[in-house]
Design a protein around this ligand. Structure first.
Ligand code: MG
Length: 384
């Protein structure tokens, strides 16, 4: 039986990963959450999980009480996350942690020879150079769980020979989010609830806001550049309202291969866990005639300045990814706390990218320093 380490078990991807494991008899060797200790205890009981980690130490005690009658070992904090990520009694580490917190566990996993199924965007946005180099040197797989990157990955599964030489470009699809068609001025006063209402995908709060600002697509662009070794100019972002074409590749002869399906994250999640084989799934089959027509448009960079900032960051390289990501993560936190407006997220992200000097990514400390500087920039801009 295949076994996984599951980081971020309490979130949206984590919960769906647990469902996939249940359906296919995949074991959960270890699991980690930020704070939802009850959920973690339930997983540990159901899957007889030997090791768990609670990131936020204040939930250690209640978790210990929940699991008092079991042999489950309980770890805490970043150290615990990295320990579980690198536990090679499992076959693969699934990293679905939200935010920069996910970077170090990915590195730990790779350093210890673990293949990684990756749903944590920050791993590649901020640490792409380091992470891809490490995976390459060790001959390890990074299997994308994000629907777009999984789509590209699936398209490339069908390309024989030198894949990179035949890959001319990527078409990265975007739903357009809840504010599709709106102008920048119209977005000034949108509420948290309006921003949290996504038309096609059910996801966690942070990524749903990122989808509303289109920052999510910008982060995905940077991820795609690292994962598939392409430049930002080789990726076209296309707004596709129906989220049926999950992304496509353009090959050297201009043939375009796309991957389609109903919007359901369980398809990419289970492929990452059963790769290279495909197995049956509970996801609904796609009926193209039910949709009738699929639409494709250019994104509106004026209404969604986060996307423009992310494209500039992708082109700039160096620590630009860490800067826009850190600034965005902090700004989204402030927005969700009701302390800044929706458009302030874009102002903050663009401002951080313009103001903070870029440095080459030589080591992890450079990445973390750029992240800190970006968060400080946001706090100085909005809170002082
Ligand atoms: Mg996505």
């Amino acid at each position: 039986m295949k076994k996984i380490n599951l980081l971020g078990a309490g979130g949206s991807i984590g919960t769906q990963t647990v469902e996939v494991c249940r359906l296919h008899g995949i074991g959960i060797h270890s699991a980690a959450v930020k704070s939802s200790y009850k959920k973690l205890a339930d997983i540990a009981r159901e899957f007889c999980t030997p090791r768990v980690c609670i990131y936020d130490e204040k939930y250690y005690k209640p978790l210990k009480e929940e699991l008092a009658d079991t042999d489950t070992e309980i770890l805490v904090g970043m150290e615990g996350l990295c320990e579980l990520a690198s536990d090679n009694d499992a076959d693969i580490t699934v990293n679905s942690v939200v935010g920069m917190v996910g970077l170090m566990p990915t590195i730990s996993a790779l350093e210890n020879g673990m293949n990684v199924a990756l749903a944590n965007k920050e791993t590649l946005v901020a640490g792409g150079e380091i992470v891809m180099k490490l995976a390459g040197e060790r001959g390890l797989d990074i299997l994308p769980i994000d629907s777009e990157h999984s789509a590209v990955f699936q398209c490339l599964m069908g390309v024989k020979g030198d894949v990179r030489r035949q890959l001319k470009g990527i078409i990265l699809t975007a739903s357009g989010g809840p504010f599709y068609g709106k102008k920048f001025e119209e977005l000034e006063n949108v509420t948290i609830d309006q921003a949290l209402c996504h038309p096609n995908w059910s996801m966690g709060r942070k990524i749903t806001i990122d989808s509303a600002t289109l920052m999510n697509k910008g982060l995905e662009l940077m991820e795609a550049c690292h994962l598939f070794n392409v430049s930002a100019d080789e990726v076209e972002i296309v707004v596709h309202r129906q989220s049926v074409l999950h992304s496509a590749v353009v090959l050297s002869d201009n043939a375009v291969i796309g991957q389609m399906g109903v919007p359901d994250m369980k398809i990419p999640i289970q492929l990452a866990l059963t790769y290279p084989e495909r197995v049956k799934s509970l996801s609904a089959p796609l009926s193209l005639t039910d949709y009738g027509c699929l639409t494709f448009e250019k994104p509106d960079y004026e209404a969604f300045p986060c996307l423009g900032a992310a494209v500039r960051a992708a082109k700039a390289g160096m620590t630009a990814g860490s800067i826009v990501n850190g600034a965005n993560e902090r700004a989204v936190e402030l927005f969700l706390d009701g302390r800044i407006g929706f458009n302030d997220i874009g102002r903050g992200v663009s401002g951080a990218l313009e103001s903070i000097a870029l440095k080459p990514v030589t080591d992890i400390e450079t990445v973390l320093e750029a992240d800190r500087a970006a968060r400080e920039y946001i706090d100085d801009l909005f809170l002082s």
